[in-house]
Write a protein that binds this ligand. Structure first.
Ligand code: XIL
Length: 351
């Protein structure tokens, strides 16, 4: 029997395959918009906080944590029986200003240990998985010269995973990055996973952020990544999926939040609406990606979109401020796009 269209949802269609998640803004965590809130509850069964768990918000001063919003985020997930993902413990971006000033290795080590232990213990048994470290790799697979590497050397990576496991032995621990489906970065990521395991650290999964484009990366590289990471003994999650339909500034590679470029009309070709021809391309791209995900569903734990709808996407302001992008499955009025239908149609008989 054909399902009523209004009864169909992403989370139900994919319930036997993997979690379908979304990133929530502070307003969405506080349920400020009733229409958005009912869409989130209908369509998604996993949540990530888009910003409020990052160190600058949750740990603004050395001796002060601010858990007001993170408590609400966890309560939201529990109330709605959702998979709760923690993003992110150790990241060089959106780092609290006081942390940026640390130069001494003893002080840095103490900060990392306290930060991880305090937050992971607080939500022990309530958060389902954590991004322990975010974006520690360069594009060539070497380790990024972050404030953590510069003060502590590479031991901070193993230590971070060990402290997280000590604080909650049952929670799944992930390493998360962008472009880690590209060959060189992927090789570096696999070497890192092996190093953490060899040193006695617990690492359960790799997060591929998946800030992708209409024509990049190639499906072959995504597939190789799923296979190679899985062979390295970790679960694969696609943690921040969105597909930009806008031109890229020259030389831009990846999702480095610190890169910014000037706005001009050529770089913002669809300020009012997305032409149908591009809607169709986006729908085809999403369909081919989800087809691949379904082929390897036994290796994939979760697919999370980076935002609920186009109006909220960070890609409207990154890497150029003030553009209009269309990277998600719901438009700014919360309507299904063709891309939504194409993802649903892989699972439901065509209407
Ligand atoms: C982005 C948020 O979406 C923005 O609101 C914020 O201004 C910058 O960070 N990789 C990550 C995410 O791991 O945390 C980033 O989120 C996007 C790139």
């Amino acid at each position: 029997m054909k399902k009523e269209k209004s009864a169909i949802s992403l989370k139900d269609s994919y319930k036997n395959d993997f979690y379908i998640g979304t990133a929530l803004s502070a307003d969405q965590i506080e349920e400020k918009n009733a229409k958005e809130d009912s869409l989130i509850k209908k369509e998604f069964n996993a949540i990530t906080a888009e910003n409020i768990m990052k160190s600058m918000f949750v740990h603004p001063f050395k001796d002060k944590y601010d858990f007001a919003l993170t408590d609400k985020f966890i309560a939201y997930g529990e109330k709605n029986k959702m998979f709760i993902h923690g993003h992110t413990l150790i990241w060089h971006s959106q780092l609290a200003p006081w942390m940026q000033k640390i130069k001494d290795s003893t002080e840095m080590k103490a900060f990392i240990k306290d930060h991880i232990t305090t937050i992971v213990s607080k939500y022990k048994g309530r958060v389902d998985s954590w991004d322990v470290v975010n974006e520690a790799l360069n594009e060539d697979g070497t380790l990024r010269k972050s404030i953590f590497l510069n003060t502590l050397g590479e031991s901070y990576l193993v230590d971070a995973f060990k402290w997280a496991a000590a604080a909650d032995p049952k929670v799944d621990l992930y390493y998360n990055d962008y472009n880690n489906e590209a060959p060189a970065k992927r090789a570096g990521n696999i070497a890192l996973i092996k190093k953490i395991k060899a040193a006695g650290g617990k690492i359960d999964g790799v997060g591929i952020q998946a800030h992708w484009k209409l024509n990049h990366p190639a499906l072959e590289e995504i597939e190789k990544s799923i296979l190679e990471y899985s062979a390295a003994g970790v679960k694969v999650a696609f943690t921040e999926l969105d597909i930009s339909v806008l031109p890229d500034p020259h030389n831009l590679n990846g999702a480095d939040v610190n890169q910014n470029f000037e706005l001009n009309a050529k770089m913002n070709p669809y300020p009012k609406s997305l032409p149908d021809s591009v809607q169709v391309k986006l729908a085809e791209r999403y369909a081919s990606i989800f087809k691949l995900f379904l082929k390897h569903k036994d290796k994939i734990s979760r697919v999370t979109f980076w935002g609920v709808h186009d109006g909220q996407s960070w890609l409207n302001d990154w890497p150029i401020k003030g553009r209009t992008n269309y990277p998600l499955l719901f438009d700014k009025d919360l309507k299904h796009k063709k891309a939504y239908n194409s993802v649903i149609e892989l699972k439901e008989t065509k209407q």
